[in-house]
Design a binder for this molecule. Structure first.
Ligand SMILES: [Zn+2]
Length: 310
């Protein structure tokens, strides 16, 4: 058993409130849908279950400014919800959930580093890739994936980490944090132009964007990704691959307008396992970002995990 599933019950307590009487799309049902699918598909018994610890303040400061972290901690209300940003709310349990979400990446790095061929998936919320050094945005408070990447660089002395992001939205927070850091190669595909209206052209040489027109389907996405990423990725020879796994690029997810399906996620995951085996001892950690249509999300995560488990 080489694949860890990392989560924490507190991630279910995170709430974004409701939108005109409807549940907010980023809700706890996303995590339970994934858990249900893994059980129904018989995958669950093959996973090492790890409880995500809370990230420490020091770990948050690997990528976020002190003032920003202080601001988050001081803004949590004792009851009710407050808007910390236009799309980010804070409630009594939201900071706890965000700390466990950030801590999941730390636990994932600690799981994969001691042995080759270990991989991990973090079923967590809130997501992280829109959170920048000093900015919350797009349901994201702390940038979970980059915290994990920088933790691996600092704690394990790595020198090259690749971050792969296939969420339908550009990971603007991630790019804000890693731009011009030669230790990171940031490969991202996203609908363009679309929220957050950034990412193309790239802000730095270590960022490899694949902007996709609304309506792009899997075959065209595979070709574009292959051309933009694979040669650079193999030359970069990452010692660890971190995936910002957003499944809102799925055909059935109307949060975006792309047309990926389970087989596309499986295809990329398989290719990344191949790249990871060249220099990273097969080590990959993957953290949930977007994905709002329960069924498509759950099936896509399962397809992703089947390939990570190989
Ligand atoms: Zn997204």
């Amino acid at each position: 058993m080489n694949l860890a599933l990392i989560s924490h019950p507190d991630c279910l307590l995170h709430t974004n409130g409701s939108v005109v009487g409807m549940p907010h799309p980023e809700n706890a049902g996303r995590i339970t849908a994934i858990q249900d699918q893994l059980i129904a598909q018989g995958l669950d018994p093959w996973l090492i279950h790890i409880d995500a610890p809370e990230a420490t303040r020091e770990q948050l400061l690997l990528v976020h400014d002190q003032d920003y972290v202080d601001d988050v901690f001081q803004s949590v209300p004792e009851q009710g919800l407050v808007h910390f940003d236009q799309d980010v709310v804070l409630g009594p349990n939201n900071l706890k959930a965000a700390l466990h979400a950030a801590g999941s990446g730390i636990a994932a790095v600690d799981w994969v580093m001691p042995h080759a061929e270990r991989r991990a998936f973090c079923a967590i919320r809130p997501p992280g890739h829109h959170a920048g050094r000093r900015k919350a945005a797009g349901f994201c408070l702390f940038n979970n994936a980059t915290i994990a990447a920088y933790y691996a660089l600092e704690q394990y002395g790595l020198t090259r980490v690749a971050i792969i992001d296939f969420d339908v939205h550009h990971g603007d927070g991630t790019e804000n944090i890693v731009a011009d850091d030669a230790r990171i190669l940031f490969c991202s595909s996203f609908q363009h132009p679309y929220y957050p209206y950034s990412g193309f052209p790239a802000s730095a040489d270590n960022c490899l964007p694949v902007p996709l027109a609304r309506g792009t389907l899997g075959p065209a996405w595979r070709t574009a990704v292959e051309e933009a990423w694979f040669a650079r990725l193999e030359a970069f020879a990452p010692e660890l691959i971190v995936i910002s796994a957003g499944f809102d690029s799925h055909m059935q997810d109307d949060m975006g307008g792309l047309g990926l399906v389970e087989a596309d996620y499986a295809w990329l995951t398989k290719a990344l396992v191949r790249v990871a085996r060249i220099n990273a001892g097969g080590r990959i950690i993957s953290l949930l970002e977007g994905g709002y249509e329960y069924h498509a999300l759950a099936r896509s995560v399962a397809a992703h995990l089947v390939e990570l488990q190989v």
